[in-house]
Design a protein around this ligand. Sequence first.
Ligand code: 3MF
Ligand code: MG
Length: 344
Amino acid sequence: MAGEYRFSFGPWNIHEGADPFGPTVRRSITFARKLKMYKKLGFDGVQFHDDDAVPDMNKLGPREINKQAKEVRKALADEGLTAEFVAPRLWEDPRTIDGGYTSNSEADRAYARDRSRRCIDIAAALDSKLIVLWLAREGTYIREAKDSKVAVDRLVEAINDMLDYNPEIKIAIEPKPNEPMDQAYIPTTGHALALAYLTKDPKRVGVNIETAHVILAGLDPSDEMGFALAYDKLYTVHLNDQNGLKFDEDKSFGAVNLRRAFNQVRILDRYSYGTRGEFVGLDVKAMRTQKQDVATKHLSNSRTIFLQLVELARSLDQGKVEQLIARRDYEELDMLITSHLMGK
Ligand code: 3MF
Ligand code: MG
């Protein structure tokens, strides 16, 4: 059944290995060289931050931004690749140190909204209609620093501004409960979808669910996906894995908990995820210990695991599952799933 799904990742998923406690351990690979790796690794889609496509965009006017983005579009076409989404990178600028859309400073909020419009321009130039909003610093280190009610009003205002700016785009909010902030304002799928319904065009606002972020919130990734699917709002996913409540690890998909990965694949496959053009997106990092020449295995391995789990989801004896559910024999169902995952 391989080939039914299309996979994507972002250029930041091939990286130099720096962490908060140590410098880079691998050489940088240029964006042009990364593009050449996509197809070989089995990927058709490229996820972008706005400045992955147009570096130094803050120094450029709209015309020059558009010109550079068009060049990237050409480079993608030459490789047979599609731009899946563009995300405004709002968390690195000094003006967004305390959040962009929810900053207490009017001037800084204006910057965040302006940058988001430029991001939308880049998406249009790349022929993508999807904007991902990871609300990195839209939260606080201490409760008293911002007003949480006002923060939500401001998030709605910012999203409305984007929806007005380009009537073609859809926005996928990527919830995450913490890191870099102590508390994020939009920590879960439920928060993101509730926010969507406060905007002026809820039909165009959905979610990007990342496995690790859900685990950090103490929730189950496949249940969060089911929630979004019930609302028809699962615009994309960031599959990876996470070993409990620590820093955001972005491990290879299925590397920590195969059964949890199986259940994500099972719900996606059951509800025909991907058949309306959605990509299976990965957001995975190579281990810091990985050597240069083998530092893309986390990507191809995650894809392989996904496809193997699709086979397992489809070969599960569904009749047996239903029988056991009818009998309420969940102990036996538990055993059936574990045995199936062990190939027994
Ligand atoms: C952070 C993330 C981000 C987002 C990316 C695209 C750097 O935990 O997951 O990756 O996925 O910014 O929105
Ligand atoms: Mg992510």
